[in-house]
Design a protein around this ligand. Sequence first.
Ligand code: 4AD
Ligand code: MG
Length: 462
Amino acid sequence: MMRRIADVLKQGQPDEAIEVQGWVRTKRESKGFSFLEINDGSALANLQVVFPEQLPNYVDLIKRLNTGASLQVAGVLVASPGKGQRIELKAATVTLYGEADPDSYPLQKKRHSFEFLRTLGHLRPRTNTLGAVFRVRNACATAIHQFFQQRGFLWVHTPIITTSDCEGAGEMFTVTSLDLKQVPQTETQGVDYSQDFFGRPAYLTVSGQLEAEIMALAFTNVYTFGPTFRAENSNTSRHLAEFWMVEPEMAFCDLEGDMDLAEAFLKYVFQYVLEHCSEDMAFFNTRIDNSVLATAENIVSHEFVRLTYTEAIAQLQKSDRSFEYAVEWGLDLQSEHERYLAEELFQKPVIVTDYPAQIKAFYMRLSEDGQTVRAMDILAPKIGEIIGGSQREERLEVLEQRIRAQGLDPAIYWWYLDLRRYGTVPHAGFGLGFERLVQFMTGMTNIRDVIPFPRSPLNAEF
Ligand code: 4AD
Ligand code: MG
């Protein structure tokens, strides 16, 4: 029977006749037989397969079965006399699907740098680390859906192509069907969009939040999980031009409810991954960052720190650390400040609330003080901001005023304002950067190594 290797390693018993398929990771030739380690992506560990020299065409077969080659093997499981594995497969019938020329196959036995592997986006999923990353990424996604589905949240699909800027930050990619080759580069500013597909400028979404609010005001609790795009300078280890975001939105909910949900949510996902990916997580802990397991366990079992932006500024000013960027009430926290708070001062996730209105988006609810908004950011050790959220401005006049104050056109947001005209309610939500979560979970330092096909300035292979 055809089996996946993870299943064989876990459940396989001596004398069972099985078949597996996969790719050769290593080959060791010995007198009278050869050992090949085979991997099919289902587990970090390989299955050791023994090839006895009695196999038909043994010499030729072993010569052709190099690292990277694909094959199918049928045989019988035997208890392994060697160290490192419980069970191994004794090959009886072998089908070689495709060879991999050892002189040109770029993935050799030695450890390659992540930078080098980024130039091999089509082959790096076959390495131990990237394999573990993408299994953990899959487990995170599964846990996220489970968490929301168990709580009765509706998964809603918000548009990729939009005509409104959710964050009002103007960091959007333009979508056009116009043949820009016909338009001189210098004149793209003056493109006549009335001739374009939608008859108006259209963009790739930076966030599904505004549309999620529409759905929350009908279904109470909803979430999105989809790709988002930002034309910002993403030449850092924490920014991508295309990333995935998870955005829950809850009607009849305030900032406290929002923070409680976000904290329960992160705890749930970490717990799930610890339970379902123990082998991969142990690998990250030994090979990538030896605090990964302790951090994950800490998240599951300890409360996050909560403090206001004003308190955070006071803490930063009090510290004896010198920062590159100024610390002053009214200025946004930079990544060095965020990391100081989460990594050094509290050594756990920190929820910072009540930011100055002028540095946050127009949709956040203005507080009684007229200076701050009911915003919250969750800062993670080594990453910085991982979640951004807020209670939303549900009062029509205040919202209109805030849109104008930020130099935006209320006419574009007419439908968003309608939600405040008809049956408005207090509501709140947040956005989790999915890749930043995977980074946090695995200890991977560069965000380009936790998404299969990263997009950043001057980098969009495939
Ligand atoms: O803080 P942001 O900009 O918030 C929003 O977009 C809200 N509309 C979310 C909401 O309330 N529904 O982005 C949310 C998160 C950030 O905390 C960060 O983790 C991630 O998205 N993020 C990025 N991740 C990778 N690359 C980028 N360029 C990112 N920009 C934001
Ligand atoms: Mg943010």
